[in-house]
Design a protein around this ligand. Structure first.
Ligand SMILES: C[S@@+](CC[C@H](N)C(=O)[O-])C[C@H]1O[C@@H](n2cnc3c(N)ncnc32)[C@H](O)[C@@H]1O
Length: 322
């Protein structure tokens, strides 16, 4: 049952999104004929797709007419404030990287998403998906960051969409932010920062955090959702380079999924995330204690860990003494 319905649900949601079924119901309900005409699709095809989505409770079907549920209106319309459409598009693309899972597990060899070339639309949907979460959790995160004094410079490593820097700039009026990310992410991120009128204060620099200079003189370094895509050597390098990029008294903030301890119960979302990160980047989420160990080795002191409301993630901060 799970083999057929698990894959079926994912494929149905992707198809509904890609073919614009939700957008076609935005301004009013429709029967299968009207819906097919709005979508420019065949009547029978539209009807079976709409029925599958109605069965999944993603849309409603009443007396032969289809309409959006509250959840579809909130998450599956492109212009909704909490739109997950970029996320659906990004995850649909990622499915192409999951096809030969057996071979990857057998050999341990995987493609690494961030080392591949991708078209600009893909970067836009990747960054768009993450910015939805950044906007949802941004204010919570900003409250949990307690720098030793009001920061003037922040470096956001792998900061992509730039929305965490935007949230920090809104809190600290003298803050200037730099996002260091891969070229495709910078193109998408610059547009998103411009959209909220922060182009002057949040500047993107294209580079590879493994090999390019990070610079110095920062009071804050953010490493958000980067560790889970990093191998152990890369993760340690990230922490060491953060230390070098900070002024004495500066704060590093690591925000990421934390790997559950090996002997505790694991749910499917954690297990699937682990397998998914392995498939797209050959990496995994790290246990909180491991990340703290690397931070101590790098020289950070006053480590604190905070949990988020509504997300299975941790925020670990450390200070460069001095
Ligand atoms: C999962 S996203 C996290 C984005 C953002 N920090 C957030 O928390 O929403 C990982 C980011 O790391 C960037 N990244 C991955 N490998 C990188 C590398 N070698 N150099 C620079 N950036 C990299 C990606 O382009 C992407 O923007």
């Amino acid at each position: 049952m799970e083999v057929t319905f698990g894959a079926g649900l994912s494929r149905t949601l992707i198809t509904g999104t890609r073919l614009g079924l939700f957008e076609a119901l935005k301004d009013g309900d429709a029967d299968a004929d009207e819906l097919a005409a709005r979508m420019g699709c065949s009547k029978l095809g539209t009807e079976v797709l709409a029925n599958a989505l109605a069965g999944a409770r993603t849309i409603k079907r009443r007396k032969g007419r289809y309409s959006l549920t509250k959840a579809a209106r909130k998450f599956l319309l492109r212009d909704a404030p909490q739109s997950m459409v970029p996320g659906v598009e990004f995850l649909a693309y990622c499915q192409t990287l999951l096809v030969d899972m057996e071979e990857a597990i057998r050999t341990g060899e995987v493609v690494r998403f961030h080392d591949m070339d991708h078209p600009p639309e893909l970067w836009a949907s990747y960054m768009g998906a993450l910015s939805t979460f950044a906007k949802l959790f941004g204010s919570q995160i900003v409250k949990k960051i307690k720098p030793t004094s009001a920061p003037k410079r922040v470096l956001d490593v792998g900061g992509g969409h730039g929305q965490f820097c935007v949230a920090l700039c809104n809190k600290y009026p003298d803050l200037q932010a730099e996002v260091l990310d891969l070229p495709g992410a910078c193109v998408a991120g610059r547009a998103m920062v411009a959209d909220v009128g922060m182009r002057e204060r949040v500047v993107h620099r294209a580079g590879d955090f493994r090999t390019d200079e990070w610079g110095t003189g920062n009071e804050l370094v953010l490493i958000f959702h980067v560790m889970h895509n990093a191998t152990e050597a890369e993760a340690k390098l990230l922490v060491d380079r953060a230390f070098a990029a900070l002024n004495p008294g500066g704060t590093v903030v690591i925000y990421d999924a934390s790997h559950s301890a090996a002997d505790s119960a694991i749910d499917f979302s954690s297990g699937w995330n682990e397998l998914f990160f392995f498939m797209i980047s050959g990496a995994q989420a790290w246990p909180e204690s491991t990340m703290r160990g690397w931070m101590k080795e790098a020289g950070f002191v006053r480590l604190t860990t905070k949990e988020l409301l509504g997300a299975p993630e941790v925020v670990i901060t450390g200070v460069k003494a001095g």
